[in-house]
Design a protein around this ligand. Structure first.
Ligand SMILES: [Zn+2]
Length: 315
């Protein structure tokens, strides 16, 4: 079997994964580390007696007496969409830097827009589960707005060339980024000190060096961190001591261009899933598209909060 890391584009992937069985076999090796039986029942965890049906893809656990296959407890569970289409969707969603909209995905793989929306939301929930739990080294922090009217924004938060465009719903977003490393971003109700500092404390160990702009919410960080400020108010983009928030500001520009260019509008309700998608792609930017595809598939298991999915494909 061709090593997946050799695939260079979507066409090569689709040519290789022609059938459901091709996909099932690949999922078994990616999720079960084998091509035959799983090591444990996904329902009860029993590792002993597992019976394989003649089709080689259906199993029954002697302990809990439930049937399962490699799709059980994964993002593919109970899906009516073929695995071939899912694989193509995963490639597109994880390799297109600016993302893929449900309208575009629907057209490319031949499903309804509503179905495409649910597929993308399942993938984004998985990306959320892969978000870093802690960051390390020197970090920069910054807050921004997504959506909202340009004229209401602080001068250094405006996005060039977007005057009068975008939605009027302003979403506050906060991010923390390692120098040349990972990022974690999320929507916040406001950009006050009591909102932002606990997030910094969640991700950055005390004693880390944190770089920020002069926003007053960051004052007081020096109590627990080495806090270095670059003063945008004084048109300073790198301070005398080397403090800069340029990396995270560049990231915001990318996210905003993607949201406006690909999705046109993202609601407050769903913004964190989109941010998880962009964070995931940023955090795996040094990998090839094929490596990122493999990583995504290998994490297709786990409990997903389907109940959180809102059945509004236009949201
Ligand atoms: Zn069982």
């Amino acid at each position: 079997m061709k090593q997946l890391t050799e695939f260079k584009n979507l066409v090569e992937l689709v040519v290789h994964f022609k059938s459901k069985v091709d996909c099932l076999n690949y999922l078994k090796s990616a999720l079960w580390n084998c091509c035959e039986k799983p090591s444990a029942c996904p329902h009860c965890g029993n590792t002993k007696k597992i019976y394989a049906y003649n089709d080689k893809h259906t199993f029954r656990c002697f302990e809990c007496d439930k049937k399962f296959n490699v799709l059980t407890n994964t993002i593919f569970e109970n899906t009516k969409v073929s695995l071939v289409k899912w694989f193509a969707a995963i490639w597109m969603c994880s390799s297109y830097k600016r993302g893929v909209s449900s309208v575009q995905l629907a057209k490319e793989i031949g499903v309804t827009q509503k179905t495409a929306w649910f597929m993308l939301q399942r993938l984004r929930i998985m990306f959320s589960n892969l978000a870093p739990e802690a960051l390390e080294g020197t970090m920069c922090v910054d807050e921004t707005y997504i959506g909202g009217k340009q004229k209401n924004k602080h001068y250094n938060k405006r996005t060039k060339g977007q005057q009068g465009r975008g939605s009027s719903e302003k979403i506050n977003v906060f991010g923390i980024m390692e120098t040349d490393g990972k990022v974690k971003s999320k929507a916040v109700p406001d950009v006050k000190r009591e909102t932002l500092v606990p997030i910094i404390e969640q991700y950055a160990p005390f004693g880390s060096k944190i770089m920020s702009d002069e926003w007053f919410a960051y004052r007081g960080l020096k109590e627990n961190y080495i806090h270095d400020v670059c003063d945008h108010g004084a048109y300073q983009y790198v301070s005398d001591t080397g403090a800069t928030t340029n990396p995270i500001e560049n990231y915001w520009s990318h996210v905003k261009r993607a949201v406006i260019g690909t999705y046109f509008h993202v609601s407050k309700k769903h913004i964190n899933r989109y941010l998880a998608e962009f964070d995931y792609k940023f955090n795996t930017r040094k990998q090839t598209d094929a490596e990122r595809f493999e990583l995504t598939i290998a994490n297709a298991h786990g409990r997903l909060k389907y109940s959180q999915l809102i059945s509004n494909p236009n949201a």
